[in-house]
Design a binder for this molecule. Structure first.
Ligand code: PHE
Length: 433
C-alpha cells in the first residue's frame, strides 16, 4: 500500500482497526507470528492438540514433550542462529476444531510447519489443510495409515496400525495361546475401526476366531448391552482399540457384569488417567505402546529424568513422541537452511538415522518411519509391566537374535516374551514394517 491512500483511510478508522492494520495482528494477539518465513528472525511453528476434552492427557503430554525439546533447541542457540517459537492451539479433542486450529495457525500465524495431532480422526481433519498450503505437518502419534496418505506434506513419527494390530494379535494368540476373541469398536474413530480390522486379520490368520463384535461411540457412558452380548459368546479376551476414558469405564462395567477375561488394546490406552479411571478392573489387561518408561537405554533414562525434573511426572509415550517430533523438525530445518515449505518438506522426508527417545527415525517413501519398536505392556499391581518387544531394527542389525520358537512365519510380526518386566528384553523379531 502506498502512503497517500493509507493516510486518508486511517482518519476514518477506529483505534482497534488502526492497531490491527499497523501491526498486522488479529485481536487475540501477542502470539502472532511475524518473520516466520524467510531467513531471519524467530521461526514460528504451530502445534494443535487436545489440551482439553475427552482426550486431554494426549494433548497435554504431547505439548510437554514439545516444550522440553524446544527449550533445549533454543538453549543451544536455536536453528541456524534463529530461535524457534511454538504457537499452540487447543482443539478440545474435536475433529472440527482441529481443522479450525490448523487454519488459524496457517492463515493468521503464518506458521512454517505444524505438529499434531494425536487422535487419527483429528489429524485426518487437519492434514488436508496443511497439505494444500504446503505447510509440513508431523503427527507425533496418529497411527491410522490414511493420515500420511493425505499427501506429500504429511509425516509421522510413530508406527502404523497394520503393524500394531498384527503385533497385538500375535502376542495374544502366540504368546498367550488365545483362540477366541471379541472386538469392541468405537465406530466414530478412524483409529479404532482401522486397528480392529488389522487385529482381526492377523488373529484369524493365526487360526483364532472372532466370536463377537460390538460397537460404541466415543463418549458413551453405558457399555452394558454390548458387554452382555459379548459375555454370552465367552471369548478369552476382548480387544478394545479405544481411548483411555472409555476403556476405564468399559473395564469397570465388564467386571460388574462378572466378566473375568482380560481386555486388550492399542496405544490409545496410554494415559496417566487410564488406571486412575479403571483401577483394579484393568488388572491383567494388555496394550501395545511406543515405548516403556522403564526402558534402561540411555536415551530413555535421560529423557525420563529431564521430564520428571520439569513436570513432576513420568512421561508417557505421547510426551516422548512429541519430543522426538520437535527434534526431527528442528533437525530438518537446520539441513534445509530455509523455512520454505517445499524445501523443508524435502528435508523432513530425507530424515534418516535420527536418534530419538522412541528409537531411530528413518523416514520411508510413504513418510512413515521404518522399523519402529513396539512394546506390549500388562497392567499388574496398578503398574505397567513390560511383556514383549517387537523391534525390527534390532533384529535387522542382528544384535538381538530372536529366541522365540513360536515365531516361525517369515515376514510376520512375532512378539517375544520378556522374562523380567521393566528391563530390556533380550529378544527381537523378524518383521520390517
Ligand atoms: N494412535 C492413536 C490414534 O491414532 C493415538 C495415540 C497414540 C494415543 C499414542 C495414545 C498414545 O488415534
Amino acid at each position: 500500500m502506498d502512503g497517500k491512500p493509507m493516510k486518508k483511510m486511517l482518519m476514518v478508522l477506529t483505534t482497534a482497526t488502526l492497531s490491527l492494520m499497523l501491526f498486522g495482528c488479529p485481536p487475540k494477539t501477542s502470539e502472532t507470528a511475524n518473520g516466520a518465513a524467510g531467513t531471519e528472525g524467530e521461526i514460528v511453528i504451530g502445534e494443535y492438540g487436545s489440551l482439553t476434552g475427552a482426550e486431554a492427557t494426549f494433548g497435554v503430554s504431547t505439548h510437554n514433550g514439545v516444550m522440553l525439546a524446544l527449550d533445549e533447541i533454543n538453549g543451544a542457540g536455536g536453528v541456524n542462529g534463529r530461535k524457534i517459537r511454538v504457537i499452540t492451539e487447543d482443539d478440545q479433542s474435536k475433529a472440527e476444531e482441529a481443522a479450525n486450529a490448523v487454519t488459524k495457525l496457517i492463515s493468521q500465524n503464518n506458521v512454517i510447519a505444524v505438529i499434531g495431532e494425536v487422535a487419527s480422526s483429528n489429524s485426518l481433519a487437519a492434514a488436508p489443510i496443511c497439505n494444500s498450503n504446503k505447510v509440513p505437518m508431523i503427527t507425533p502419534s496418529s497411527t491410522n495409515p490414511k493420515v500420511t496418505e493425505v499427501g506429500d506434506y504429511i509425516f509421522r513419527m510413530c508406527f502404523i496400525d497394520p503393524y500394531q494390530g498384527e503385533a497385538m494379535a500375535n502376542y495374544l494368540s502366540k504368546q498367550q495361546g488365545m483362540k477366541k476373541a471379541a472386538i469392541l469398536i468405537d465406530n466414530k474413530s478412524d483409529y479404532s475401526t482401522g486397528l480392529a480390522q488389522f487385529f482381526e486379520r492377523t488373529f484369524l490368520a493365526n487360526g483364532g476366531q472372532i466370536v463377537a463384535k460390538a460397537s460404541y461411540a466415543k463418549g458413551d457412558s453405558d457399555f452394558r448391552s454390548q458387554l452382555t452380548a459379548i459375555k454370552e459368546k465367552n471369548p478369552e479376551v476382548i480387544f478394545v482399540p479405544g481411548y483411555y476414558n472409555d476403556i476405564g469405564q468399559i473395564a469397570i462395567q465388564a467386571r460388574d457384569l462378572g466378566m473375568q477375561q482380560p481386555l486388550a488394546g492399542g496405544d490409545g490406552w496410554e494415559s496417566p488417567k487410564l488406571i486412575e479411571i479403571g483401577g483394579k478392573a484393568l488388572e491383567g489387561c494388555f496394550y501395545s505402546n511406543h515405548y516403556h518408561v522403564d526402558d534402561p537405554s540411555p536415551a530413555v533414562r535421560e529423557f525420563v529424568q529431564k521430564y520428571e525434573e520439569r513436570f513432576g511426572a513420568k512421561p508417557d509415550s505421547l510426551a516422548a513422541l512429541g519430543y522426538d517430533s520437535t527434534r526431527v523438525l528442528a533437525d530438518a530445518l537446520k539441513r534445509a537452511g530455509t523455512t520454505d515449505g517445499p524445501k523443508l518438506r524435502d528435508a523432513i522426508a530425507a530424515t534418516k538415522g535420527f536418534s530419538g527417545v522412541t528409537g531411530t527415525v528413518n523416514l520411508g517413501p510413504d513418510r512413515n518411519p521404518i522399523g519402529k519398536k513396539l512394546v506390549v505392556l500388562e497392567i499388574k499391581n496398578g503398574q505397567r509391566a513390560l511383556k514383549a518387544v517387537v523391534d525390527p531394527m534390532a533384529d535387522a542389525a542382528g544384535t538381538t537374535p530372536a529366541t522365540d520358537t513360536t515365531a516361525t512365519n517369515a515376514g510376520t510380526t512375532a512378539t517375544t516374551d520378556s522374562s523380567t518386566s521393566g528391563t530390556a528384553p533380550s529378544t527381537a523379531t523378524t518383521r520390517t514394517q
